[in-house]
Design a binder for this molecule. Structure first.
Ligand code: NAG
Ligand code: NAG
Length: 507
């Protein structure tokens, strides 16, 4: 079944250049159809203009509001002409207004991620080094996006990532500056900071990824799942947030099962395999207060994903977050539930994770000795219910407010804007790149792929003005932030050690 989907997905825009060539024989008939359509279009356009001028004397706000700004997917004319619609606005009307609202604090890490290029800027040679592992090059010139594809990504990560950038351009037309960037859709960071400043390298390669770590140069950007992850039935983020909000209401926090819950695939990393050992029926006579479940995606896909609804997972008081092969997409779903997240020490960070503070948004869990660490956390929470509840609500608020789709787009906008400022060359459209529009991607897609695209489709430029980018951290505040983080984690480890020491004395 997957193969059929993959066939379909392959056909989507990546193969579009071939599609055009194969249809050369039909070119003449296509031209005729195009001409005919043009006439009809011009006629309709003229008629509308006439209509406008006839009524322009009245200021009927209602009909005006209805008439402006809705640009649905236009697959009919796209399939006739194979060219992107030219009707979409090219500039954002609020271009010089300021929202007066400062972006959430985690946006400040954009400056940190780009600091390696602050002095010397980004040259074309550096970008070309980043091509080594990239799946595609994204080019933006005069407000239009183009993509040059190098290789296929896992599932349809690349497609939904590119879709996300395309929706950003629709949301804020004319605001995204000219740029070229390399994007790698795999999990782990690629370029080590220590290696790339020395010759013969032209300088640090800037590569966009979904996650990075403190030893890597990679620049983090929102992952594909914000626009949907059809292969696992994960709807676009906006819909998922609504579902979780509803799910959250089903059981009040105090009435939730007083255990630490996790469901996932333990085979992707040794840390997960180790976590599963803490399960209730693994060690006889010991209950680590965890309830761990193995996710079998193949079985779930056969059963229609009935048992993997995120919104039905808000029935436990605590939820465990553990990384997979790298960061895990589940992070944002887990933290949205009003139940404190027991966060197993991570090795990687996503674009938003650095905005989370231990003991405020999550409870840190040791990577070694997880079972004891988890048991202590659950007991502590059950002893300090109002503090635990506060923590769950704080992470929920962070996810539902600071990370809603508005902020996802604002983050991308600011990241791309700051990145583009550093470019030392003029972005150009490579010969084998193709112009992107939503039609090139969605019109070939079907099933969940099409559905999620339609659901996350930006129909018109937003009325909103992006939040204001906060300034970079000054070095002392940055150090204090990191120190505070370390201190909070150390504090929990001390409590934990003391608790287990006393337990051992009792026995
Ligand atoms: C929770 O409270 C019980 C009873 O007062 C106590 O024995 C236990 O040590 C406490 N556990 C933690 C982790 O605070
Ligand atoms: C660090 O923690 C202290 C005490 O909790 C707090 O007053 C201070 O504002 C924190 N600093 C930063 C940069 O978060």
């Amino acid at each position: 079944m997957k193969d059929i989907y993959e066939e379909k997905c392959k056909k989507i825009y990546w193969l579009r250049p071939y599609f055009g060539r194969r249809n050369n024989a039909k070119a003449t008939s296509t031209v005729l159809v195009v001409v005919a359509f043009l006439f009809v279009y011009l006629f309709l356009f003229a008629a509308r203009r006439l209509d406008h001028s006839m009524f322009s004397g009245h200021s009927n706000t209602k009909s005006q509001a209805k008439e402006v700004q809705d640009f649905p997917l236009d697959c009919l004319s796209w399939s006739q002409t194979l060219t992107c619609p030219k009707t979409y606005p090219t500039s954002h009307k609020n271009l010089d207004r300021s929202s007066g609202k400062t972006c959430p604090d985690y946006f400040r890490w954009i400056h940190e991620d780009l600091r390696h290029w602050k002095e010397a800027g980004i040259t074309r040679d550096m970008v070309e080094v980043a091509k080594r592992t990239a799946h595609f090059r994204l080019i933006i010139v005069n407000g239009k996006a183009y993509v040059e594809r190098f290789k296929k990504s896992l599932q349809t990560r690349d497609l939904f990532t590119v879709w996300g950038f395309q929706q950003l351009l629709r949301r804020y037309p004319g605001r995204v500056p000219d740029l070229e960037l390399m994007f790698d859709c795999d999990d782990r960071p690629v370029f080590n900071i220590g290696k790339y400043f020395k010759r013969p390298n032209p300088g640090p390669p800037p590569l966009f990824k979904y996650c990075s770590d403190p030893w890597s140069l990679d620049i983090v950007s929102p992952d594909w799942s914000f626009w949907g992850w059809p292969e696992t039935n994960q709807k676009p983020w906006e819909m998922t947030l609504k579902d979780i909000k509803e799910g959250n209401k089903q059981v009040k926090w105090k009435d939730r099962a007083p255990y630490a819950y996790w469901k996932g695939n333990p085979r992707v990393s040794p840390i997960r395999a180790d976590l599963v050992k803490c399960n209730v029926n693994n060690t006889p006579n010991v209950d680590w207060d965890t309830r761990l479940f193995i996710q079998d995606w193949d079985k779930e896909s056969v059963q229609g994903y009935k048992n993997s609804n995120i919104e039905d997972q808000c029935t436990y008081r605590y939820k465990i977050y553990v990384e997979g092969w790298a960061w895990s997409v589940s992070e944002k779903y887990i933290m949205a539930c009003d139940s404190p997240t027991l966060y197993i020490t991570p090795h990687f960070y996503t674009y938003f994770a650095r905005g989370l503070t231990p003991l405020e948004h999550f409870w840190p869990i040791r990577e070694t000795d997880k079972c004891k660490s988890l048991k202590f956390a659950v007991e502590w929470g059950n002893n300090h219910t109002s503090k635990a509840q506060e923590m769950g609500e704080a992470s929920s608020r962070f996810i539902h407010e600071d990370m809603n789709m508005d902020h996802v787009y604002d983050y991308m906008l600011h990241l791309l804007t700051e990145y583009a400022k550093l470019l030392k060359f003029k972005p150009t459209i490579p010969p084998n790149a193709m112009e992107l529009c939503s039609e090139t991607m969605a019109c070939f897609a079907d099933g969940k792929w099409r559905k999620y695209m339609e659901e996350s489709f930006v129909r018109q430029p937003t009325d909103m003005v992006p939040c204001t980018m906060p300034p970079p951290y000054d070095p002392s505040t940055l150090k204090a932030t990191i120190d505070n983080r370390t201190r909070a984690i150390k504090q929990v480890e001390m409590w934990e050690d003391e608790y287990w020491k006393n337990q051992n004395l009792k026995h």
